[in-house]
Design a binder for this molecule. Structure first.
Ligand code: BG6
Length: 510
């Protein structure tokens, strides 16, 4: 196990929801697993007026997010964990003078021996990233002559290619790229990282991972919830910005990338950038029309319960044209993937919550078994990111009896079967990596910009193109009916259930 150096975590926006909901629970997991450094301090900083004790109560002692985690932890240990938390009120604004904050950081560093190492976590709106970085720099809190300094920023990284560039340039004025950690929580998911292992540690898959054997690739990200309490944010964002530009294109890059030279973070990230740059950018209106579909959920009744339509959600404009469903077909311009379509969709208010990748293999080039029923029974590799995390391989087996009739059967693996292994939660894994200076699972500036380069023309077309349709779909169904037209000719989307093996494949019960 790598050693984590003594350090201080300064969280900007500490009174917000993310701190209590994600960051502190991740730290609690690390604490329980004894993975926090020996000397470790969390300093919350935001504009609310709170004492250290009030902060501890809010995010640790009275937090509903920790109840379950601390069920078997002693009172003494919980108090020990809480005693690592401190709070500093930043006053009116985030972009003011940080001399008080600096004083507090120095005091805590001396008192708790955190060796001058500081991780700044910006859990604030992105508009504050540059002002906070500037104020830290003005106070000399970014210099690395006495301990390292790192800065973690949350998505969204920009609203478009231009704004992403501005954001990157703004941060890079005060922190070097190696100090900047852009968090994408999908990269913290064990199953997303396993995409690399599935591909590059198995000689049964890698030789087939190309246009000669793969027919098409399908990625589905579905959520059963609507926009919940985030209507205000979501209405300015939409499915493409909220999920596709970041999380889903990260998954795409891991599927598309060439093998890296080794597992060094920069080598892996170089290959991911190359992969993103090889996505064919759609510029022509007709191409954009034929290869993209957007939709919005409408009011309906799910399991006897009335569900609001998107336009009726709090914070959403009554005439909103923001998409809650996006499906994109695209190609990758390189040797490996020439002419192989990728179909990626993401949406809210679907029948279930699921994220999965389906690799559809081609029909065998030479078919021996005529009239075997082989059609549409090609091999599929289903990589389940969540829930019911696992891998499912669909392959042909002979139906017992005369002749050669072929049916499809399943070979499956479930993470849950590794009962001895603790699967880290995404934020837990990512925080620990950053604390140890490992940026493999963080997005680099050029990666983020390459993703925006692909997404920008789609957003522009949806906003300004002529005759662009917004399709309605009833909350609780698999999106607009015509979404299947995108994959016309090769079937339909695989609409997965909550369990990986929702159709068990061929089996003989008796
Ligand atoms: C976030 C999006 O990044 O990811 C949310 O802003 C979305 O809209 C969430 O609900 C989904 O994350 P997960 O891990 O539950 O799939």
């Amino acid at each position: 196990m790598k050693k984590t150096e003594n350090q201080m975590l300064v969280i900007f926006g500490a009174s917000g929801d993310l701190t209590a909901r994600k960051l502190v629970p991740a730290l609690a997991n690390l604490f329980i697993a004894k993975q926090l450094p020996e000397n470790f301090v969390v300093l919350g900083a935001s504009r609310s007026n709170m004492t250290d004790d009030e902060f501890r109560e809010k995010v640790v002692l009275k937090s509903s997010y920790l109840k379950e985690k601390f069920k078997e932890t002693s009172k003494e240990d919980i108090n020990d964990f809480a005693s690592k938390f401190f709070y500093e009120d930043l006053g009116e604004t985030y972009d003011g003078d940080y001399s008080e904050l600096k004083k507090r950081i120095h005091e805590l560093n001396n008192e708790k021996n955190t060796d001058g190492n500081i991780m700044y976590y910006l859990s604030t709106p992105p508009t504050l990233y540059e002002p906070i970085a500037k104020s830290l720099s003005d106070a000399g809190l970014n210099t690395q002559n006495n301990g390292w300094k790192r800065i973690i920023v949350e998505k969204p990284f920009g609203y478009s290619l231009d704004t992403a560039k501005e954001l990157n340039n703004g941060l890079q004025q005060y922190f070097k790229e190696q100090q900047i950690y852009r968090i994408d929580h999908y990269l913290g998911k064990e199953t997303v990282q396993n995409l690399l292992v599935t591909r590059f540690a198995n000689s049964i898959f890698e030789p087939l991972w190309n246009r000669n054997y793969i027919h098409h690739v399908e990625i589905t990200n579905a959520e059963s919830v609507g926009v919940e309490k985030r209507g205000g944010y979501y209405d300015k964002s939409g499915a493409l910005r909220d999920m596709f530009q970041n999380h889903l294109l990260q998954i795409v890059s891991l599927i598309v990338m060439e093998p890296p030279i080794g597992d060094d973070p920069e080598e892996i990230r170089n290959e991911k950038v190359k992969a993103l740059k090889s996505l064919r950018i759609m510029k022509d209106d007709q191409v954009l029309h034929d290869n993209t579909i957007r939709g919005q959920y409408m009011a309906s009744t799910i399991d006897g319960e009335q569900v609001k339509g998107y336009r009726d959600e709090d914070g959403v404009d009554a005439d909103s044209t923001t998409e809650t469903y996006a499906a994109i077909k695209f190609f990758v311009d390189n040797w490996r993937w020439k002419d192989i379509p990728f179909y990626v969709r993401t949406a809210k208010r679907m029948p279930t919550k699921v994220t999965e990748v389906v690799i559809h293999f081609k029909t065998p080039h030479h078919q021996i078994f005529k009239d075997s029923g082989l059609n549409n029974k090609d091999n599929k590799l289903i990589i389940r990111i969540q829930p019911d995390e696992g891998i499912l391989m669909k392959f042909g087996v002979k139906v017992p009896g005369q002749g050669f009739k072929v049916e499809r059967a399943n070979l499956d693996f479930y993470y849950s079967s590794l009962s001895e292994t603790h699967v880290m939660e995404a934020y837990e894994r990512l925080l620990l990596d950053a604390m140890q200076g490992d940026a493999t699972l963080y997005a680099r500036a050029d990666e983020v910009e390459a993703a925006w380069e692909f997404v920008d023309p789609i957003l522009n077309y949806w906003k300004n193109g002529e005759n662009v349709r917004m399709y309605g779909y009833a909350a609780g169904v698999w999106g607009p009916e015509n979404a299947d037209e995108l994959i016309e000719g090769i079937g339909q989307w695989r609409n997965p259930g909550p369990n990986l093996t929702d159709d068990p494949g061929y089996c003989v019960i008796c």
